[in-house]
Ligand binder design. Structure first.
Ligand code: ADP
Length: 315
């Protein structure tokens, strides 16, 4: 992570905005931090929603040594490298006083036997394992059962992301208007990492064209120049929608069929892409499969009533 991105990362629970069901007053993780009793736990949620950040905050608040491993970090050629390192770490961490926390990102990438290999370390209670995954469906039942707290991190509503953008802008010391922050939030796919990234890019435009001030005008100009989708959808989101509409007449169509058509795993569609598209009202889950909504047709410039032609209303 670049030093700038690192500066934007919250370091205390009070800086961590949203995910109230986990860290709000009386919520399970806050209680765990307040009482100092932290079982091994798993964070499940899409990329960039704050899993690593939250694990780091917990370690800091509990003053516990914190070690991070990622199955996708640079320099790791093979997932076996990670498991080797995890085992080496876990072995070494036994010697570290203070009940260290070992955070393993993308833990689902470990094979079944690799996941099993972690179990003894968790059971011996010498370290607390915090796993993070975008794909809980790929975790083995024995490993899953060892995590006493299973927490789902959700996509952020635009109103919450806006607060994150305003906080990050204050750290970067860039002046930003409320409506500009709201616009960046709305187009960030419910994801703080994307919001912070867009903020930095809009700031670059503002420095060259607007004396550094981020107002709504420069924000819209920059986001257009950067080709950022009106609703923050990414390429895969748009491919999913156009596949349902163009290849399957708007649905209903099964998730496996869509997955084959877009060349992605069904589980990834289900756990990473679909929740956002459903939350934002672009697709509906029905007993017979997924259906594109009118909003999806309109977003792609198509008429919800007449197949693939452009709607007269929106011409
Ligand atoms: P993940 O581990 O889920 O992929 P990260 O924890 O790396 O996501 O978060 C990505 C970035 O988004 C962080 O560097 C941080 O700046 C920002 N971020 C994430 N969650 C929050 C939050 N709740 N409040 C403020 N900023 C956040």
């Amino acid at each position: 992570m670049s030093p700038l991105a690192e500066r934007m990362r919250p370091v205390t629970l009070d800086d961590y905005i949203g995910q109230e069901h986990l860290v709000g007053q009386g919520a399970i993780l806050r209680k765990s931090i307040e009482t100092g009793v932290l079982p091994s736990l798993i964070f499940w949620g899409p990329p960039g929603v704050g899993k690593t950040t939250l694990a780091g905050i917990i370690a800091k608040q509990l003053r516990r040594p914190f070690y991070v491993l990622s199955a996708i970090s640079s320099g790791v050629k093979d997932v076996r490298d990670v498991i080797d390192r995890a085992q080496k770490y876990a072995g070494e961490l036994k010697e570290v006083p203070g009940n260290p926390i070992l955070f393993i990102d993308e833990i689902h990438r470990f094979s079944k036997s690799q996941q099993d290999a972690l179990l003894p370390y968790v059971e011996e209670g010498v370290l607390t394992l915090v796993g993070a995954t975008t794909r809980s469906g790929l975790l083995t039942a024995p490993l899953l059962s060892r995590f006493a707290i299973k927490s789902r991190l959700e996509y952020y509503p635009a109103s919450t992301l806006k607060k994150i953008v305003l906080r990050a802008a204050a750290i970067l010391q860039v002046p930003i208007s409320e409506d500009a922050a709201g616009e960046i939030a709305r187009r960030s796919r419910g994801t703080p990492r994307i919001a912070n990234g867009l903020l930095r890019r809009v700031r670059d435009f503002a420095q060259v064209l607007n004396d550094g001030n981020i107002d709504i005008g420069i924000t819209q100009h920059a986001l257009k120049a950067l080709n950022v989708d009106e609703h923050g959808l990414d390429d895969m989101d748009n491919r999913i929608l156009s596949t349902i509409i163009e290849k399957f007449k708007g649905g209903p169509v099964g998730i496996t069929t869509i997955a084959t058509a877009v060349g992605e795993e069904a589980g990834t569609l289900e756990e990473v892409y679909e929740p956002f598209l459903i939350q934002e009202g672009f697709i509906k889950r029905t007993p017979r499969g997924r259906e594109a909504t009118d909003k999806a047709y309109i977003h792609l410039g198509k008429n919800p009533f007449q197949g693939n032609e452009k709607p007269t209303l929106f011409d």
